[in-house]
Design a binder for this molecule. Structure first.
Ligand SMILES: *[C@@H]1O[C@H](CO)[C@@H](O)[C@H](O)[C@H]1NC(C)=O
Ligand SMILES: *[C@@H]1O[C@H](CO)[C@@H](O)[C@H](O)[C@H]1NC(C)=O
Ligand SMILES: *[C@@H]1O[C@H](CO)[C@@H](O)[C@H](O)[C@H]1NC(C)=O
Ligand SMILES: *[C@@H]1O[C@H](CO)[C@@H](O)[C@H](O)[C@H]1NC(C)=O
Length: 898
């Protein structure tokens, strides 16, 4: 018997700079088999537990779910978990009827190859991934036989960061059904002693607060939440569960000394968070994008946040605003002291801000740095103060310098390490990588502000975190000859409410005591802190504790090192990037962390319904997320009408997008390997998904050119009709509930049933309509049977989009929405037939080429020639996110449909 791969391609973002905490969601979905079938009672999730062990901020969490299939037929069971972006998965297992299938963490490419092999053998997939604000979601589904049991167990680890004075662990719970045994258990061990501990559930009203047990004493804390099945009910006789929301645990430790050193088995960790220091005065310039795209809610929320922030500016601080669009508009010529009078004027100024114009990031930042330089030269500012630039933007540069690399270079050369640059990325319409790299090169960080009702609060809370610098230029030193492999040990700032963590190896085994020296610039003078511990004593004290799991300091060190290597990679040069990646990979494999460089594979014996699955990483720099469930909208039932237009994918595979108001077309290609399945259309509201699988040529040319691929298979799913249609170049298979019907391309037939009309025109095309809208035409391209190179292939045309909703996405589907572009500077290209031009589309500036593509929508035999603007590099800049974001695991994947 062969074996099928259960493939989990999981990658965590290197959000090292992100002060976000544990979020785990736990959700099980039972899929509907047919619209009439209500089968919630068939799959009984009888147990769900979340066990957390936290030792010195390092959290080890195990989520276990047990279910039994009470139906008389096999059923699909979903395991759906949301993890913090900052966590690394370390283990996963499935136990089906007593047999356990274990996760195996591998280098990403190696794992991917195995997955592709599994897919090409025709196995279907079941694992998808999307992300929320703080979380990454992953789903595994498995088919289990009647009366069978399945246990899923997932383990993840992370270092809790101190944020506004507290470590926070947030567990999202959403079991969707009553669970006989539901339990959250957290045991916390902190050698410094716990000073406070809270546990809250957003879904728990006053009547139920007593269902949460919490206690702490000395070094140990405990939280338990174990609602009985009756307590889970939304009302006395209801069968619905009120468990739906955030379960939050917050705590802090005692701070009797500025820091705390812990040592176990050759590794040390140093937590540094001195209390009661005088605050360092702050000089800050707020650089605010007021371009046209900010108009409306974003601008109003920004103003609201700035007004709140002004309330928090301290009297010794200096500040200024520089507004920018295509012009640079400073509030004052210099930074001014935060006197009552100046703050009052500033409020008036903020209230008067209006959005208009385009975006010139380069000149705005250069002008800001010049202003900072001047006030420093004039010695206006307090001598021992901290200088910060906070820029907020919602898009890419659209005026002045466009070249992002050039801007990064200019800004870095201007700042020269003297000030910290923090970038706030408002929404998804910008290149996050560009902002992130720029901030990292200038001792700062980048934070996404999500467009939502609480955007102002997000901005304000970002400022709160860095509102109170207590130390600058913090350097942490350890015995040079006795330690190695230190994590980052110098920091620009220590902010009140945060904590600095350094870990490393101790290479001198004969050491009796260990000393940490910290040097920093304080508000009034330079300060030093010294910490010394007796190695044997600390090790003994820690090792006796029952809460400790293994060598947690070593894992904490590995976690921190990997996070920092991945972050360094962002701003490193090519050569250096490779060595950093190699180091991070080695550690990820050694310590079994699923990071952006590794993947986890689970193998399981073959039977008819097994799944191989892939979950793609939602990376922070893509904009695709905003169309997906993370941005829930309240009016999902309303379908909007858009002008009817003909968008298509055909050929190699070229995408052709009609832009009616410009009477023109856009086009792009996607070059990925044969076997890959792309999501072309998905509409979460109507439940319609169209995926296409790529095929290559029969013979691969070895001339080093990228191999051309075509669409070889299409999968169309309508979850509302419980319908799956597979279209290959041979046949058309319809699966409705448990019924299957097969047609070949030699048929000429029309099939009509509720909600669906399908017309097959022998050897030509197939017209598929859902109701009175959403019509797709599939064109069959037959090549000469013995053609030495080409296979037959398919084209997909979307003719009418009245029936799709505004939430429709996918490589083609996203273009059902209004899209506009500007083309200018048309110039000759290397091919006189194909001029180049500059295009502004979705706030991106692109170089495009005029080409012609063939449209077979109306004339399937000969096609019609359509001139279009070709967007290079797999449609980068035109499509939302990266082209690889659209890869799905199999023809019938519906990752974006709930
Ligand atoms: C992974 O989980 C399995 C199943 O619970 C367990 O037996 C195994 O020891 C775990 N592996 C590690 C490295 O913790
Ligand atoms: C719950 O159901 C029982 C049995 O049908 C009934 O006697 C009782 O009144 C119901 N309680 C409520 C609050 O509806
Ligand atoms: C560390 O080792 C070097 C060379 O072995 C020696 O010269 C130096 O004095 C040592 N430093 C300390 C602080 O022990
Ligand atoms: C398109 O993407 C593929 C895979 O990510 C890459 O190998 C290829 O170089 C890209 N092609 C272009 C023209 O950018």
């Amino acid at each position: 018997m062969g074996s099928v791969l259960f493939y989990v391609l999981l990658t965590s973002i290197a959000t090292t700079t992100n002060a976000e905490f544990v979020v785990a969601q736990f959700r099980n979905i039972i899929k509907k088999r047919s619209t009439s079938d209500v089968i919630f009672n068939d799959i009984d999730i009888y147990s769900m537990t979340i066990y957390s062990k936290v030792t010195s901020r390092f959290a080890h969490n195990v989520i276990t779910s047990r279910a039994v299939n009470r139906a008389s037929v096999s059923k699909e069971v979903f395991f759906d978990v949301e993890l913090p972006k900052t966590a690394f998965i370390t283990n996963f297992s499935m136990t089906i009827d007593g047999s356990t299938y274990l996760g195996n963490i591998k280098e990403k490419e190696a794992a991917k190859k195995q997955y592709e092999t599994a897919v090409s053998r025709g196995h279907t997939a079941g694992l998808v991934k999307a992300s929320g604000r703080k979380t990454e979601k992953f789903t595994v589904s498995v088919n289990i036989a009647a009366a069978s049991k399945v246990t899923f167990e997932l383990t993840y680890e992370e270092l809790l960061k101190r944020h506004l004075g507290k470590y926070e662990m947030l567990i999202k719970v959403k079991p969707k059904q009553l669970v006989k045994q539901f339990q959250i258990e957290a045991n916390i061990f902190e050698p410094q002693g716990i000073s406070e501990l809270e546990a809250l559930g957003s879904f728990i009203n006053n009547d139920f607060t007593q269902t949460i047990e919490k206690s702490f004493s000395g070094k140990k804390g405990h939280v338990s939440f174990k609602p009985t099945i009756d307590q889970q009910r939304t009302c006395d006789n209801c069968s619905t569960s009120f468990l739906d929301g955030d379960f939050t645990i917050k705590y802090d430790v005692k701070r009797d000394s500025p820091g705390n050193l812990q040592i176990i088995s050759g590794y040390f960790v140093h937590f540094f968070a001195p209390a009661n220091l005088p605050r360092v005065p702050k000089n800050v310039i707020f650089v605010i994008d007021i371009s046209q795209s900010m108009l409306g809610q974003k601008m109003e929320q920004t103003k609201e946040a700035l007004l709140k922030i002004l309330d928090d500016v301290k009297e010794n601080d200096y500040f200024n605003f520089i507004l920018f669009n295509n012009r640079i508009i400073p509030w004052k010529e210099y930074l001014v002291k935060a006197t009552l009078h100046n703050l009052k004027e500033a409020r008036k100024f903020v209230k008067s801000i209006k959005a208009t114009g385009s975006t010139n990031i380069n000149d705005a930042l250069i002008r800001t740095v010049e202003m900072m330089n001047e006030v420093h030269k004039e010695k206006v500012l307090p001598e021992r103060s901290s200088s910060t630039i906070i820029m907020l933007t919602d898009g890419n540069p659209t005026s002045g310098e466009f070249n992002q690399r050039k801007i990064q270079e200019n800004v870095k050369n201007a700042i020269q390490g003297r000030y910290s640059l923090y970038n706030l990325a408002f929404g998804y319409d910008m290149d996050y990588n560009f902002l992130e790299k720029m901030a990292l090169e200038n001792n700062g960080l980048t934070r996404r502000i999500y467009e939502d009702s609480d955007s102002a609060l997000q901005l304000q809370s970002f400022y709160d975190e860095m509102a109170n610098p207590m130390l600058r230029e913090v350097q942490l030193h350890y015995p040079i000859n006795a330690t190695s492999e230190l994590t980052q040990n110098n920091f620009n700032h220590y902010y009140d409410g945060s904590e600095i963590v350094v870990a490393g190896r101790i290479i001198d085994n004969d050491l009796n005591s260990f000393t940490a020296d910290v040097k920093a610039h304080g508000a009034n003078n330079d300060v030093t802190f010294t910490e010394q511990v007796d190695i044997e004593e600390t090790a003994k004290a820690l090792q006796d504790q029952e809460y400790i799991f293994g060598d947690y300091i070593e894992r904490l060190w590995a976690y921190l090192t990997i996070q920092q290597l991945l972050e360094k990679r962002i701003s490193a040069q090519e050569e250096k990037r490779r060595t950093l990646a190699a180091e991070a990979l080695e550690l990820s494999l050694k310590y079994k962390f699923v990071t952006p460089l590794t993947s986890m594979v689970v193998t399981k014996p073959e039977d008819n319904e097994d799944k191989a699955a892939i979950a793609d990483k939602p990376v922070e720099d893509t904009s695709i997320q905003h169309s997906y469930p993370s941005r829930a909208s309240s009016d999902t039932s309303i379908h909007h009408s858009y002008p009817s237009r003909a968008n298509s994918v055909d050929g190699d595979p070229h995408f052709l997008i009609e832009v009616p108001q410009k009477k023109d077309h856009l086009c792009f290609n996607i070059n990925l390997n044969p076997g890959v399945v792309l999501n072309l259309v998905n509409d979460p509201d109507t439940g319609i998904t169209v995926n296409g699988q790529l095929i290559g040529k029969k013979k691969v040319s070895n001339n080093g050119q990228t191999q051309k691929t075509y669409i070889g298979k299409l999968g169309i799913v309508n979850t509302q009709l419980d319908l799956k249609i597979e279209i290959t170049t041979e046949k058309i298979t319809l699966q409705n509930g448990r019924k299957t019907a097969t047609f070949t391309w030699l048929d000429t037939t029309t099939l009509q049933q509720e909600g669906l009309t399908m017309e097959i025109n022998r050897e030509k095309n197939l017209v598929l309509s859902f109701g009175d809208g959403a019509t797709f035409i599939v064109v069959l391209h037959r090549v000469w049977k013995k053609h030495p190179i080409h296979h037959d292939f398919l084209g997909l045309y979307t003719l009418d989009s009245h029936k799709v909703s505004e939430h429709t996405h996918g490589l083609l589907g996203q273009f059902f929405q209004h899209i506009d572009f500007e083309v200018f500077d048309i110039r000759p290209g290397s091919d006189p037939e194909k001029p180049h031009a500059t295009m502004i589309v979705k706030n991106n500036k692109l170089t495009v080429t005029r080409v012609s593509e063939k449209d077979y929508g109306k004339d399937p035999s000969h096609g019609t020639i359509i001139p279009c603007w070709f967007i290079h590099n797999n449609g980068t800049g035109l499509i939302d996110g990266a082209h690889t974001d659209y890869i799905v695991s199999n023809l019938f994947s519906t990752p974006f449909i709930n």
